[in-house]
Design a protein around this ligand. Structure first.
Ligand code: DX5
Ligand code: ZN
Length: 217
C-alpha cells in the first residue's frame, strides 16, 4: 500500500491564530496543509484568498494543498501559484475546465488536481486523468466543514482507483469531507492515499494521536 498523506484542513482552524494552528499540525505529523478557498458563488460560503496564503507561506515549508472552490479558477489560479501553493486543485464543475488549462497549471511548476462534487461522475474527468497529479473526491457537498461522510462515495473511489491502476496513470486519489478514524480506513481500502480532515483533527484534544489514527489502523 502507498504511504498515506494526511492533510489537515485549515477551515477548522482558529482563523485568529492560523500560524500557531499550522505549526501545531506540522509538529503533530501532518504531511500536507489543505487550504479551502471559497468564493461565495461556487459554494455558499466565503473563506480566504491568495493574500492569506502568501502570508502563511513565510512561516512554514509545509506542502500547500490548495482547494479552489471558485467559479472562475482561470482568473485566480495564478495568484495562488505566486502565493506559494504547491498543488492547485480546481473543480470540474467550475467554468472552462480543459486539458489545456490543466497543462497550463502544471507548466507553472505546481501540481494540478481536479475535484468532483458528489453528483459528478468519474466519466466526466476521464479525458483529464492522463495528465492529472491528483483527483479530489468530495465525500460531502463542498462549502462547510464538519458534515457527515457520504458512504456512497466509496464506490466512486473504487471505480476511479481501478481506472488509474488499469491505465497506470500517475495520479493519486484524495478524499475530502467527514474524514475521521472510522471513515479513513474505508477510503484507503477503496484506493485513496491522501486524506483531508478538518473537524476531526482540529477538535481533537490530542492532535498527534488524531493524525496517527488516520494512518495506522
Ligand atoms: C469542504 C471542504 C473541506 C472541509 C473538510 O467544502 O472542502 O476541506 O474543510 O472538513 P471536515 O473534515 O470537517 O469535513
Ligand atoms: Zn477541501
Amino acid at each position: 500500500m502507498n504511504r498515506i498523506i494526511v492533510a489537515p484542513s485549515i477551515l477548522s482552524a482558529d482563523f485568529a491564530s492560523l500560524k500557531d494552528d499550522i505549526e501545531k499540525v506540522e509538529k503533530a505529523g501532518a504531511d500536507w496543509l489543505h487550504i479551502d478557498v471559497m468564493d461565495g458563488h461556487f459554494v455558499p460560503n466565503l473563506t480566504i484568498g491568495a493574500m492569506v496564503v502568501k502570508s502563511l507561506r513565510k512561516y512554514t515549508k509545509m506542502f500547500f494543498d490548495t482547494h479552489l472552490m471558485i467559479s472562475d479558477p482561470k482568473k485566480y489560479w495564478k495568484d495562488f501559484q505566486k502565493a506559494g501553493a504547491n498543488l492547485i486543485t480546481i473543480h470540474k464543475e467550475s467554468n472552462d475546465i480543459s486539458k489545456a488549462f490543466i497543462q497550463e497549471i502544471k507548466a507553472s511548476g505546481v501540481k494540478a488536481g481536479i475535484s468532483i462534487k458528489p453528483q459528478t461522475p468519474i466519466s466526466q474527468i476521464l479525458n483529464l486523468l492522463p495528465i492529472l497529479d491528483l483527483v479530489l473526491i468530495m465525500t460531502v457537498e463542498p462549502g462547510f466543514g464538519g458534515q457527515p461522510f457520504m458512504e456512497d462515495m466509496l464506490e466512486k473511489i473504487k471505480e476511479l482507483n481501478s481506472i488509474i491502476n488499469k491505465n497506470k496513470y500517475n495520479c493519486i486519489i484524495e478524499v475530502d469531507g467527514g474524514i475521521n478514524a472510522q471513515t479513513a480506513p474505508k477510503c484507503v481500502q477503496a484506493g485513496a492515499t491522501a486524506l483531508v480532515s478538518g473537524n476531526y483533527i482540529f477538535s481533537s484534544q490530542n492532535i498527534p494521536e488524531a493524525i496517527q489514527s488516520l494512518k495506522n489502523f
